[in-house]
Structure formats: structure tokens, C-alpha cells
Design a protein around this ligand. Sequence first.
Ligand SMILES: C[C@H](NC(=O)[C@@H](N)CCCCN)C(=O)O
Length: 460
Amino acid sequence: MQRPATVSLLKNDLTKTRLRFAILALASLMSFGSYFVYDNPSALQTQLQDDLNIGTFEFNLFYSVYSFPNIILPILGGYFIDVIGNRIGALLFSILIVIGQGLFAFGVMINSYNIALIGRGVFGLGGESLNVSSNYYMTNWFSGNELAMAMGTTVSVSRLGSVLNDNIEPVIVNSTGSLSLGLWIGFLFCIFSLICVIIANILDGKKDKNLGIISKKHLPDSEKFRFHDLKYFGFSFWCLCLNCLVVYIDVSCFNNIASNYFQERFGYNSVESGSIISITYIVAAFLCPVFGMIVDKFGQRVQFMIFSTVSITLVHTAFLLTPESHKPIYPIFYMVFLGLGYSIYASVMWASIPYLIKPKVAGTAFGMATSIQNLGLGVGPLLVGYIQENTNKDKGYYWVSFFFVMIGVSGIITCILIYVNDVKTGGVLRSKNPEKVRESFIGINETEKTDLGNSYSAIN
Ligand SMILES: C[C@H](NC(=O)[C@@H](N)CCCCN)C(=O)O
């Protein structure tokens, strides 16, 4: 009966036009600023410790104050997005990022560690939730055989922010002698990203208007977020979150300490170390969309994840077994392989989430995964710092590498568990057509599909 209305709505569906690529560009750039400034401390570790007169523990707190609130916040952010809408959420999160980086730069400028730390905390209030929002845009505008490519592209463009940071921050600070100048440049990138959010919101609002989608608060109860929908988060979803926790410890926590690692173990200076650690994300910038496209076409998501966790674990094993020497070449190859493993993982893992849950709880699901990831990113640096400070072999880095290898092994085990469960439950993650398999797997009914316009669009 509703068919004619549905057909006419679909005709005006902007997600089926090229405009979705503009949204893809904007969603990627809206995270660029926050990725640039997130890694400011690791690129400038030595200078920050000298200028602010702080030790390694205080330095690590720049990451912990960012991550600890994010064990809770992205769930609330996801809930907030499900109830209020993605557009308001994205705007709010971006404003918090701008304020946070402004405070961080100001704190460093006046040599106040406490203000700088508060700035990192405020940045954290928006930093991760904005990622949830950006993923949300992708699931609203892309589905089926383009979703992994779209998500891979957002990670890749955002990670160019990390690459730029690793390469230009040590150079700016070394050549001008001003630590805060580098941080204020990060502030400008955050403002640029805020402008991208505003433009994306205008286009997204137009899309909803064309589809006749009304504000979430006017929708019937059946379409609002409800806690009891959490029951749809099954074994594979929770296992994927655990897997995300451990794999990101192996990639991000290693990246946090990598500049010092290369200086201490291999004798590189801070600028050279910055360039070497950026290799991981340079590789990712090229390969994430490529692997996204491959997975969209061939499926086999879990096998790709197994391959990536094995690569990452092998890289840490290689670091563990490599003796100290002066400016050796081979760690550069290890970083290329780390980039390969990370690219596959980042483009496959996040894009797998929508296939394990009901569309209407997508915001909550991405929030949950981000929270669990941040549990690892908060605790990981503290464990790494503790191990390094309390062991001696290879300046404490031998057991740090051993820790990363063990974490990698747990990543491989969780991937295998996901694979086994996927086989038992219809193979949604291995399928070339996951949306179809998902319909029978998690029981999405016809009403939900019709009301959603496309598979995700009514989440807003
Ligand atoms: C998608 C994933 N995101 C993260 O790891 C974030 N925790 C990074 C946050 C950076 C600043 N907002 C990734 O980049 O692989």
C-alpha cells in the first residue's frame, strides 16, 4: 500500500546521488583536525617534557586524560546521537575539540601543565564522539557494497592528519623554537574541521528533508533508542569490541611511544623518528580505501582481520628480536608491515559493526566499540610505561615488545572466535552481501526496512 510514496521518496534520495562523495570528503575532513592534534604530544614528547618540566608519567597523562572519559562518553555520545540526531552531536563534539586544543596550546604557551592537561581532557570530551558521528554519517549515506570503502576513506584522510603532525610538528618546533606555535597550527586545523561539520550538516539536512524524515523526537517509540535493544549486541559484536581493544593497543599505544623508542634503541633524532613513525599511517592513507573496496567486493571480513592481526603480531615479534644498533634500515620495513596490518584492520573492523546490529542502534554500537577501544588506549600507555620503567633489558623496551606480542596473540584468538561464531550464525561477516544475511541473522523485519528508507537513513 505504501509503495508509491516509498518509490517517490527514493527518487529524491540524495544518498543515491554523487552528493554522497561530497559527504564522504566532508566526513573525512571533519576528523582531520582532531587526528592532527591527538598525536601532538607524541611528536613533541621531548620538547613538552623539557618546557613544562614534567616526567614520563605526567606526559602519559596527556593521553590518559583524553582516553579515560572516553570509556563512558562515546556510549553517551552514541545514545545522544540515536535520540537527538547526528548533526547536533557532530557540531557539539567539534566545538569541544576546538576549545580543548585552544586550552592545550594556551597552557603550553604560558608553561602551565595543569591548563594544558585540562585542554587535553576537554579535547577528549569531543574527540572520540566525533569519530562516532563521522561513522554515523557513513552508515547514513553509504551501504551495501560501498560502506567499507567509505569508512576506509574516512580513516585514511583522517590519518593524513596524524602523518602531517608526525612530520611537520618536530620541524616547526625545531626551526622556530616555539612549542606553542605548532599547537596553535593544530588549533587552526580544528577550526577547519568544524567548518566541514557545518557544511556536512547542511547537506545532510537537505537529504532528510527530501526523504521526509522528521526529527527523531517525533518518531514513534518503536524507533527510538531503547536499552533493551542492547540484547541485539550478540557474541560477535562483543568479541569484535574486545578485539578492537587489543589491536589498537598494539597500534596506537606503540605509536605513542615510538618516537622515543626509535631514538633510544636505534639512535634516530626526533625529526627522523617522526618521519619513521608516520610510515604506518602513510601506508594506511593509501591502503585503507583499497582494502575497503576489496572487502566490499569479496566479503571475507574475518579472514582479512585474522591476516591483519597476524601481521601486527609479527611486527612486534620482529621488534622484540631485533638487537639495538645505530640507525638500522629494517625497522622502516617493520613500520610498513604495521601500516599494512593496520590498514586492513581499520578498514574492515569498523565497517563490520553495522552488519552485527539493528540499524537503529548503530550510534550506540559505534559508541560502545569506541568506549571499549578507549579502555585499552587509557590503560595501555600506563601498562607500557610501568613495564618500561620497571625493567632494564633493552632500556625496558624488551618486555614492552613482549607485552605487545602477547596482546597481538590475544587479538588473533579473538578474531578466530569471531570467525567460528560467524560460521555458526550464517556468515554475515564473510558474505559479499552482508545486509541480506543480516536480515535473517538479527531479524530485521519489513517495517523496519521500509521505514528506514535505505538500510540506515532514519537513524538521524
Ligand atoms: C577509527 C580509528 N579511530 C581511533 O583509533 C581513534 N581512537 C583515534 C582518535 C584520534 C583523534 N580523534 C582509527 O583511526 O583507526
